[in-house]
Structure formats: structure tokens, C-alpha cells
Design a protein around this ligand. Structure first.
Ligand SMILES: Cc1cc2nc3c(=O)[nH]c(=O)nc-3n(C[C@H](O)[C@H](O)[C@H](O)COP(=O)(O)O)c2cc1C
Length: 217
């Protein structure tokens, strides 16, 4: 696959075979991730490789997406939160740049991967992984061998619709494609506060049923 094919063929993969991911390959992917740009060249990433079923189950029980259990491996991406540029949250941007490298690297090596930020509240993730205060958990990456060929995800807009020149000339007053967003935000806060037993016994099953099935890949 050439570079452009890698970019265009990358798809979020949520279903995997049980074949484990080669540990050296994971190290190679992380090495690729560290070639990403980072604000002020801080290079403040840390990567926690997860292959322990108990930890994956914890993440799901505590409110993470059920697809976390599908992947034989995962990588929790952390970034140093000591930034002066809180306006643009440059630590999150630096982490995101590395995550994209991980996704493209996985595609190059014919692995399936998916960026996950449907995760338990940050304070629980910190406790589960003993993460110090100066590091923020940013996202989790599913990694594994694909169970099936991914279907294409058509682009929603023509590129011309997404470019303006010198001033914003994009869509305005377009119907919000996330209706009742404010209610969803409140529900999410309540969900995060709910006791583990209620999440495990009822809420997670409901949420998984509602959201996970909508993805084709
Ligand atoms: C910041 C971010 C967070 C995401 N979080 C999740 C998630 O929690 N669960 C999930 O299944 N997919 C998640 N995704 C993957 C998107 O659903 C996916 O990129 C989108 O549906 C487009 O599909 P594609 O990646 O195959 O192009 C996330 C992607 C991004 C960039």
C-alpha cells in the first residue's frame, strides 16, 4: 500500500479475531507514534499497552465501550497536561497527532484499530492504571487482526464544501446533526456519577445495544 492508499483505506475496526498482536509490532507502532509533531516539541506522550482481560473488563464495567473487550490488545494514550496553552488544549492536539500515526501504522501493518474515547470517567481511568496527576488519559486504541474486510465510509461533504478562502464561508444555520445535544451532555454526566453496580447491571447493556450496533465496521 502506498502512502495515499494507507490514508484512504484506514477504517475504524471494532471486530477482531482472537489472534494476539505481536508485542514487537506494538512497540514498532508506538515508535511510529512518537514521530508525530508535538506542541513546543514536548513529546509528552506515554502509552500503556493493555492485554490483560481483567483490565479490559474493568474498563467496560466502569463505563467504557463494550468494543474494548473485542480487541486482543489496546493502547491507552496519555499526554503530559502541564501546558500553558489551555485555550487550544495543545496537549490533546499533540496526543491526537500520535494517535493518527498509530492508526496509519496499524493500517500499514494490516492490523485493525479503532480510536476510542467512550471511556470511564478520567478519575476512574487514573485509578485503574495508577496514572500520576500530570498525565491525562486521552484515548484508547483497539488493536487486533481484523475479523472481516471493512466497508467503506463515504465522505459526508464534497471537499469544496469544506474549504473557505480568507474568511469563514462554510455551512451556517445547518440543522445540528446531533439533536438534543445538551440533554445528552447532562445524561452523560449523570451516567459518569452512577454507581458501578447500576452501570454494570443495567445502563451499560442499554447503551451498548443503542450505540454499538450502528457501526458497520
Ligand atoms: C476523537 C475520536 C473518538 C472516537 N471514539 C470512538 C468510540 O468511543 N467508539 C467507537 O466505536 N469509535 C470511536 N471513534 C471512531 C469513529 O466512530 C470513526 O472514526 C467514525 O465512525 C468514522 O469511521 P472511520 O474511522 O472508519 O472513517 C472515535 C474517533 C475519534 C476521532
Amino acid at each position: 500500500m502506498d502512502f495515499l492508499e494507507i490514508i484512504k483505506n484506514r477504517r475504524s475496526v471494532r471486530n477482531f479475531t482472537s489472534q494476539p498482536v505481536d508485542k514487537e509490532l506494538i512497540v514498532k507502532l508506538v515508535e511510529l507514534a512518537t514521530h508525530a509533531p508535538s506542541a513546543c516539541n514536548i513529546q509528552g506522550w506515554h502509552f500503556i499497552v493493555v492485554d490483560d482481560e481483567k483490565i479490559k473488563n474493568w474498563l467496560v464495567d466502569e463505563g467504557g465501550s463494550v468494543v474494548i473487550k473485542n480487541a486482543p490488545a489496546g493502547i491507552l494514550i496519555l499526554y503530559d497536561n502541564r501546558t500553558k496553552n489551555t485555550e487550544y488544549q495543545d496537549h490533546i492536539q499533540s496526543a491526537a497527532a500520535a494517535i493518527e500515526n498509530l492508526l496509519l501504522g496499524a493500517t500499514y501493518h494490516n492490523l485493525g484499530a479503532c480510536w476510542i474515547c467512550h471511556l470511564p470517567p478520567k478519575n476512574r481511568v487514573r485509578q485503574i492504571f495508577s496514572i500520576p496527576k500530570h498525565m491525562d488519559p486521552i484515548a484508547y486504541l483497539l488493536l487486533g487482526h481484523k475479523e472481516k474486510i471493512s466497508v467503506d465510509m463515504p465522505r459526508k461533504y464534497q471537499v469544496e464544501q469544506m474549504i473557505s478562502h480568507n474568511r469563514y464561508n462554510g455551512r451556517v444555520n445547518e440543522k445540528n446533526n446531533q439533536p438534543i445535544l445538551w440533554i445528552k451532555k447532562i445524561l452523560m454526566k449523570i451516567y459518569y456519577l452512577a454507581p458501578l453496580a447500576i452501570k454494570k447491571g443495567f445502563l451499560n447493556k442499554y447503551i451498548d445495544k443503542k450505540f454499538v450496533k450502528k457501526f458497520k465496521n
